[in-house]
Ligand binder design. Structure first.
Ligand SMILES: [Zn+2]
Length: 131
């Protein structure tokens, strides 16, 4: 595997009950790999939110465009590292999330933008923006 670049802040520590920042999200042009060094992390994968448990010493890979959400559902601290490739992991222009849209009255795919120090979500179905 050719790793073109890695993020500067690539290690993580999650106490029991904590989750990875970003909620359920995907990157169009980037794959991400998480390695769990200790503890047990749980990931929800895809729009169906299939649950995948990643134990110490295991890797999980998300291809570009795959929705993902991760958290520490166990009793021990989760430690490990993450790689995003290619490019920076926080390219907001390329970030999408899943959230409830009041217009569609359903969970839809949302474009995520950073405005005024807070997230702005724009529904890709109807174009409604919520902050
Ligand atoms: Zn909508």
């Amino acid at each position: 595997m050719l790793i073109q670049s890695t993020t500067a802040d690539s290690t993580f520590v999650l106490e029991p009950g904590e989750s990875f920042s970003g909620g359920l999200h995907t990157h169009h042009d980037q794959e991400e790999v998480f390695y769990v060094e200790s503890g047990t992390a749980t990931f929800e994968v895809g729009v169906e939110r299939e649950e995948v448990v990643v134990d110490a010493g295991e890797l999980i890979r998300f291809p570009p465009g795959e929705f993902q959400k991760g958290y520490n559902d166990g009793e021990a601290t989760v430690e490990g590292w993450a790689l995003g490739t290619p490019g920076a992991s926080h390219d907001w222009d390329e970030l999408q999330s899943r959230a409830h849209c009041p217009e569609c009255d359903a969970e839809t795919t949302q474009d995520v933008a950073m405005g005024d120090g807070r997230f702005e979500l724009t529904c890709t179905e109807c174009g409604t923006t919520q902050g």
